[in-house]
Design a protein around this ligand. Structure first.
Ligand code: CUA
Length: 159
């Protein structure tokens, strides 16, 4: 069968591109493993009660004014709830799950991460507007997924 030279070139080029795309998926999945993009920290999700941070997840305000919030997600709630943080200060969230994959999304802001069993997802956000925000789980996690909500209260700081 005669195949025109240019057609051959394009067939090889297209096949090469498809192979490259597949190799990219395999490499990122296999070599780098699947993990939260921001942070690489592991915990044993079956023993969260043995970690001081995860046995009693809470808001910790450091002596220099830093705000750290540890959040434990599990079917079908977040703890602590509500979460109270000051406005206009960087707040570092550390989120993990005690059971299955959950989401942690502060609705109306760009605070949005996955709560992955075995990993700690960490990100820092500043909330300029005081108020009460809804925290929604945005990964399907079971029958009561739609009811899995929490509250974030952003408080104006005392002058
Ligand atoms: Cu937790 Cu959906």
């Amino acid at each position: 069968m005669h195949v025109d030279l240019y057609e051959k070139v394009w067939m090889w080029a297209a096949s090469g591109i498809v192979a490259l795309f597949l190799a990219t998926i395999v490499m990122t999945g296999w070599v780098q493993a699947i993990q939260p993009p921001s942070h690489m920290e592991t915990v044993d999700p079956t023993k969260l009660g043995e970690y001081a941070e995860w046995a009693d997840p809470k808001v910790v305000i450091g002596p220099e004014g830093s705000v750290r919030v540890s959040v434990r997600a599990e079917m079908f709630s977040f703890s602590p709830d509500p979460i109270e943080v000051p406005a206009n200060r960087p707040v570092t969230f550390r989120v993990t799950s005690a059971d299955v994959l959950h989401g942690f999304h502060v609705v109306g802001t760009n605070a949005n991460a996955m709560a992955i069993p075995g990993y700690v997802s960490q990100f820092t956000v500043t909330f300029p507007r005081p108020g009460t925000y809804l925290i929604a789980c945005n990964e399907y996690c079971g029958l009561a997924h739609a009811d899995m909500v929490g509250r974030l209260i952003v408080k104006e700081e005392a002058p």
